[in-house]
Ligand binder design. Structure first.
Ligand code: AMP
Length: 426
């Protein structure tokens, strides 16, 4: 089969790495891709927000199956447009992608279906929102309704910070994403990312992971798109996995089908494991970044038939095999990220780093310049490793990182610290 992946981050590199290994894949294309993806797939420079251009590429290259990585094209309805053009596409339709595209939509769906989540209210103007915050008191969480590239959640220090966040969102600070605001209860517990593959009817649990959102060691500093992750998440016991499926994922699937928007694709639930059990923080309608980079290292089965079964509604009795190991990824970012950073520095030592046992390096913001690899984004590399436990995977990942020669880059040195401490305690 001829496969096209849309996207250019470490997620798409990990998917390309896995799909290139499928015996079913004849040709693998990626648009627009990056320097690492180019080692697995033919990269095509293309604006993926231009659905007509994507369709034209698919027809010209005789593409049999399209895998959409990022959320923005999904929320914009690229699956609807590609399917209407006769192209089999993995991912949710525009209406199903509202689970990520509108936080208010998801909260209302939870309320209507008794899905455990933080208590909340929705607002369309600042004054009632501020009155609600004053009534509820601190701590509280303020969220832009729409897609805000990871900047739409504010956990203010105090009332004045809360009011400033409300003014920023309604004042257009996040564009159209902040035209509506959700204010919700602050949940206390341990966070986990949980992934399920869905076909409109059936949901198959994939795996769990834990992300590190803060830029600095010891979980300090500003939030980022994610500085590292590991899988599985030790907090997700079999009992909590079953509760997450029964109380959150399955009722969501049922509700989406009942409203005529059956959910197909990968459903990524951000969870807070509270003393009362798992609660939904938010949904993403795509593979997580950087969680996918570790999930793909642990997936033993061929990914392609699973993605096709999701699109075709054939996941019932589908069986996926996983390695009984752990995997961990460390994000290398350009100095200054998540603030201002420079592009264009040269990265060396990647071949030597990739020689470390169990290591795969997935590229995010890179580009090829002749034979050289150049940094071309904030998050640039995902140095990923498999091991018999998180401790071993972590040691391998940092051994590889120490071989990367990139003075303009940095990474956290403590990815996986909670799991490593748990493993030490036994
Ligand atoms: P997001 O960008 O939507 O992934 O949210 C960023 C982070 O905000 C999450 O990973 C949580 O750490 C935190 N967060 C979001 N909602 C809540 C909540 N209701 N209670 C506590 N923390 C939250």
């Amino acid at each position: 089969m001829n496969i096209l992946i849309l996207g250019s981050t470490g997620v798409e590199h990990a998917l390309a790495w896995k799909l290139a290994a499928s015996p079913l894949t004849d040709r693998l294309l990626c648009a627009p891709g990056n320097a690492g993806i180019a080692q697995e797939a033919e990269c095509v420079a293309l604006d993926i927000t231009d659905h007509a251009a994507v369709i034209a590429l698919c027809k010209a290259s005789k593409i049999d199956f399209v895998v959409v990585g990022p959320e923005a094209p999904l929320v914009a309805g690229i699956v609807d447009d590609l399917e209407a053009a006769g192209l089999k596409t993995f991912g949710p339709t525009r209406l199903a992608a509202r689970l990520e595209g509108s936080k208010g939509f998801t909260k209302d769906l939870c309320r209507a279906n008794d899905i455990p989540t933080a208590a909340y209210e929705r607002f369309t103007s600042a004054e009632p929102a501020k009155a609600y915050v004053r009534k509820q008191g601190m701590p509280i969480v303020i969220k832009a309704d729409g897609l805000a590239a990871g900047k739409g959640v504010v956990i203010p220090d105090g009332l004045s910070g809360a009011e400033a966040a409300i003014d920023m969102m309604f004042g257009g600070g996040l564009g159209a994403a902040g035209a509506e605001v959700v204010i919700e209860e602050f949940l206390v517990g341990e966070e986990a990312s949980f992934f399920a593959l869905c076909d409109g009817e059936t949901a198959v649990p994939l795996a769990s992971a834990q992300d590190h959102k803060r830029v600095g060691d010891g979980d300090t500093g500003p939030n980022t798109g994610g500085m590292g992750a590991y899988s599985p998440a030790p907090v997700m016991t079999p009992e909590l996995t079953a509760r997450t499926m029964n109380e959150i994922i399955v009722p969501t699937m049922r509700a989406m089908k009942a409203m005529g928007a059956p959910y197909k694709g990968v459903l990524f639930a951000g969870l807070m494991i509270t003393k009362d059990g798992p609660k939904l923080i938010e949904y993403n309608v795509r593979f997580g970044d950087p969680e996918t980079q570790v999930l793909m290292l642990l997936l033993m089965s061929d990914l392609l038939p699973a993605l096709i079964a999701s699109r075709d509604g054939q996941l019932k009795s589908f069986d996926l095999r996983w390695y009984p190991d752990a995997a961990l990824t460390v994000v290398m970012a350009a100095k200054g990220y998540p603030g201002d950073y420079q592009r264009g520095s040269v990265i060396e030592g990647l071949d030597a780093a990739a020689q470390v046992e169990g290591v795969e390096i997935f590229h995010a913001g890179t580009k090829a310049d002749g034979g050289r690899i150049i940094a071309n984004g904030g998050r640039v590399l995902n140095v990923s490793a498999q091991g018999k436990n998180v401790t071993e995977a972590q040691a391998r990942a940092y051994q590889a990182i120490d071989r990367v020669k990139w003075p303009e880059g940095f990474c956290r040195r403590d990815i996986g610290w909670q799991a490593v401490a748990r493993e030490k305690r036994g």
